[in-house]
Each structure stands twice: as structure tokens, then as C-alpha cells.
Design a protein around this ligand. Structure first.
Ligand code: GLN
Length: 496
């Protein structure tokens, strides 16, 4: 096979080709390694999506294994033994953990190989990959625009054809939103489906790993080899049934619900157009659409999320103190604070970026005595109400659909001066993790009809989000697959 033919293989197709002896795992690995080196670094106009690229193929993979040596790009938030795992932070620069995250270890046990680690917003806090200590990541559809975040490196790598597939993490949208902005598929599984062991913690009650892939079949295949309970993560329970590769081509009997708030939300015209086209398509495939779904508390999801996630982060990030691992700045003579406290202060001042410091301050404030009930306690109650809203809605419909993001990929720098405008980008993605629910984003078309970029982002990909009840992954994948097959989105346009 020629390089271009190899590149055209999806992750699952590549696995099948290796298993059938049509290509070797080494050839696939070499192709992607060369592409990642050419376009994935930050120099020479590269996308800067990789923070580390493997030197060579690890011990000859078993071509008969379920993932047949396929190279996977892994978000830098996952600990990988002996390999830099920096979570996009100066604080962990050069940190090489002594163990591998369970999600990655499972993929490796199934035969996958580590192609590289991908850049991300620092500690997964962000929606644009501009909060990364190792430079911004660029969107392959238009390098002047963001890839989304925080798993933007993984999304950009897959969209540009620098990796057959990738994994990331989603706390408030960090898999789905970059997938949407880069024109690929991103799946956030039900909370607890995949072990969080070895994922550098952001907000532990929300964090969940998942695949970023070219298509829905690839998402299902990676998911199948990531799920499972793990004694190292007491919240991991796996999925009740084995993941089945989707094959359904119609949607008869499927009830899709559109939240009423969509009508009032500020959604870009191009995004709304592609969303409505997809609803019409779903209807043609046999689905019924209910436009009257009420999620009365969802409009408070963003406010609750931006209390709860920073609160958990402020506690989780207390471990970065310069003592045990990572960055350390000794106190200097003449500093106000000397000794251990001075070392803590200088280390954290120097090691954390501005967004991370903002979250730590917000979260510490929300948890402080006297304010705890007013902020953290109240946000927890809102969280429960949101979960109940979803439960009620799923008595009427099978899935809830929204645009993944109200806008297409925005220009670098457009939102960095105004944190709230950045947070608003997560409007449609934060309710599901608050309720622990699975949700997938699939590309549903371009805003505008051609690739020529125009005002309003004409020609940039739009994501369609489908959310389901807890543990409904198999059915969710079926619905996403039927739509994907009908849409026929051509992601290869963004390959470099
Ligand atoms: N953009 C959201 C945030 O900044 C979500 C991040 C995530 O899912 N990790 O917190």
C-alpha cells in the first residue's frame, strides 16, 4: 500500500489490515511517526499538537491482538511510564511517572502502541489550548484558529491525519468540544466506565477518559478496550454490557429531544443551520424529534460547573508543592517567606499558569468556611437538580441532542482576555458530566458550503452532540453511526 492508502485507513481499518497481513504494524507506525514529526511539533508552522513523539516502535506488537499494534496519540494528562507526562504545565515539565494510567495500559494490553503525547490546556483547564505551558495548538482546518480544548492536541492530531486515533479526557467538554471544532468524533463515556487511575486529576467527580477518532466505529473500538472496573479507582464500574461495533443505518423508533432553551441560545447561524439539517436527516432516517424537552436547571449548569470544578481542582492541585515531584523553586535570601513556605510559594507562583491560578483561587474561595454553603453547597444542589432534569427528560425521549459548541473554531487570541467568554463556550457540554451521562460529538457538516474561510467561519466543521442515559453507550453509538453514515462528512479535507 502507498502512504496515502495507508493514511486513508481509519483506526479500525488499520487494525484489520495488519491482522490480515496486508500491512505491518511497523509500516503504520513509521508512517504516522514521520507525519507527527513533520507537522506535529511547534516549529516551522507545525500544529504543536505533540508534546512528545515516540522514537521507535515499542517491542514488536502482536499482529493478532485486538488492536494489532495500532499507534495511539495520548493526551499528556495520562501518566505513561518513563515518558514525559506534563499535563500541559510547567509544574510537571520533564516529569516521567513510574507507572502507566489504566486506560492507556488497557489499550497497550490490547496491542496498541504509544505514538506520542499530545498538548493540552494546563491541567485540562480551558477550551482552546491556549492555556498550555508548551505553546498554543493550531487547528488543521485553519492554523489561525484554535482546535478547542482541553484535549486540543489529540483532536488536532487526528483531524490532520498525524495519528489514526487518540484519547483524551472530558471534565466539562474537553473531548467533545475539540472534536467538534476539528471535525472529528469525540466520546465522553458514562462516569465510571473507564478507570481514572493515572489520569492527573482536575475535578475527580467529573473527569472521564474517552476516544477522539475519525469515525464512530473507531470510537467504539477504542472504548471497548478502555472500559472496565479497576481496583485502583473505586469509582470505576465498567459498562454493563460489552461494547458492540455499531452497524445500524436507520433510526426508526428512536426519539430525539431538543431542549427548549436552544431557541433562546446564542448560536452562530452556520452552526444552527448544520444542526437543523442534521435533525431533518434524523427524521428522514425514522427518528421522531421532540422540540419541547425541558431541562429547567440546565441554564445554571455553567455557573454550578465553574464553582464545583475549581473547588475540586483547588484541592487536587494542592499536591503540586515542589516536594514530591515536578518543578521546585527554592526560596531566595531576602524573600519575605523563607524556608518551606517560601519554597511552596515560589514553586506554585512559578509553576502554574494564570488560568490554573484563577481556578485555584476561585475554588479555594468557594470552599472557604463561611462561603461553603453559599457556593459549593448550593452548586452541589444544582447539580442534583440537573441530574433529575435529565432523568425526567429520558422518560420522554431516548437521547437529547444539541450543537456541541455554539460556534465554530474561533481565532487564536479571540477569548484569552475574557475568561467568562471562554467559559461560555462550554454551555452545551457541561450539563452531561455534572449528571455523569455519556455524550458523543460527531461532525455534522461545515458552517458554509466550501472550505474557503469567510466571515463567521464559513467552511469550518460543526459538531452535533448526542447525550444519553447512564450506560447507554451501545445505543448512543448506534444512533451516532446511523447519522454519520447518512451525513458522509469528509474529514480528509483537513489532512496535512
Ligand atoms: N473547558 C472546560 C474547563 O475549562 C472543560 C475542561 C475539561 O473538560 N477538562 O474547565
Amino acid at each position: 500500500m502507498t502512504g496515502r492508502e495507508l493514511l486513508a485507513l481509519s483506526g479500525a481499518d488499520g487494525v484489520a489490515a495488519v491482522q490480515a497481513g496486508e500491512v505491518t504494524a511497523a509500516d503504520l507506525f513509521d508512517l504516522y511517526r514521520a507525519r507527527a514529526l513533520d507537522h506535529g511539533g511547534g516549529a516551522d508552522g507545525g500544529l504543536n499538537c505533540f508534546s512528545w513523539i515516540a522514537d521507535d516502535l515499542p517491542p514488536e506488537p502482536d499482529a493478532a491482538s485486538p488492536l494489532a499494534g495500532s499507534p495511539v496519540a495520548v493526551k499528556d494528562l495520562f501518566c505513561t511510564e518513563g515518558v514525559p507526562s506534563q499535563a500541559g504545565s510547567r509544574m510537571l515539565e520533564g516529569y516521567r511517572p513510574p507507572y502507566t494510567a489504566t486506560a492507556v495500559a488497557r489499550l497497550q494490553a490490547a496491542g496498541a502502541t504509544l505514538l506520542g503525547k499530545t498538548n493540552q490546556d494546563e491541567f485540562a483547564m480551558g477550551s482552546s489550548n491556549e492555556h498550555c505551558a508548551f505553546g498554543v495548538v493550531r487547528n488543521p482546518w485553519d492554523p489561525a484558529r484554535v482546535p478547542g480544548g482541553s484535549s486540543g492536541g489529540s483532536a488536532a492530531a487526528v483531524a490532520a491525519g498525524l495519528a489514526p486515533w487518540a484519547i483524551g479526557t472530558d471534565t466539562g467538554g474537553s473531548i467533545r468540544q475539540p472534536a467538534a471544532l476539528c471535525g472529528i468524533v469525540g466520546l465522553k463515556p458514562t462516569y465510571g466506565a473507564i478507570s481514572r487511575y493515572g489520569m492527573i486529576a482536575f475535578a475527580s467527580s467529573l473527569d472521564q477518559a474517552g476516544p477522539l477518532t475519525r469515525d464512530v466505529t473507531d470510537a467504539a473500538l477504542l472504548l471497548a478496550h478502555m472500559v472496565g472496573s479497576d481496583s485502583a479507582d473505586a469509582t470505576s464500574v465498567g459498562l454493563p454490557e460489552a461494547v458492540v461495533l455499531p452497524s445500524r443505518l436507520e433510526l426508526s423508533g428512536i426519539r430525539l429531544g431538543v431542549p427548549t432553551e436552544i431557541a433562546g441560545a446564542q448560536i452562530e447561524a452556520g452552526v444552527l443551520g448544520a444542526f437543523n439539517d442534521t435533525l431533518a436527516r434524523a427524521q428522514q432516517l425514522g427518528a421522531t424529534i421532540d422540540h419541547e424537552i425541558e431541562l429547567p436547571h440546565a441554564r445554571h449548569a455553567l455557573a454550578a460547573y465553574y464553582v464545583l470544578a475549581p473547588a475540586e481542582a483547588s484541592s487536587n492541585l494542592a499536591r503540586f508543592d515542589g516536594v514530591r515531584y515536578g518543578h521546585r523553586v527554592e526560596a531566595h535570601d531576602g524573600d519575605d517567606e523563607q524556608g518551606l513556605v517560601g519554597m511552596y510559594m515560589r514553586t506554585r507562583h512559578d509553576g502554574f499558569g494564570a488560568e490554573v491560578k484563577r481556578r485555584i483561587m476561585l475554588g479555594t474561595y468557594a470552599l472557604s468556611s463561611g462561603y461553603y454553603d453559599a457556593y459549593y453547597g448550593r452548586a452541589q444542589r444544582v447539580r442534583t437538580l440537573i441530574a433529575e432534569d435529565f432523568k425526567r427528560a429520558f422518560e420522554h425521549v431516548d437521547f437529547i441532542v444539541t450543537p456541541t459548541s455554539a460556534e465554530v473554531a474561533f481565532e487564536l487570541g479571540a477569548k484569552t482576555a475574557d475568561p467568562w467568554s471562554m467559559y461560555l463556550n462550554d454551555y452545551f457540554t457541561v450539563p452531561m458530566p455534572l449528571a455523569g451521562l455519556p455524550a458523543i460529538s460527531i461532525p455534522c457538516g461545515l458552517a458554509g458550503s466550501d472550505r474557503g474561510l469567510g466571515p463567521g467561519g464559513a467552511g469550518l466543521p460543526v459538531g452535533f452532540q448526542i447525550a444519553g442515559p447512564a450506560f447507554s453507550e451501545n445505543k448512543l453509538l448506534e444512533v451516532a453511526y446511523a447519522l454519520e453514515q447518512s451525513i458522509g462528512f469528509d474529514g480528509a479535507r483537513a489532512w496535512l
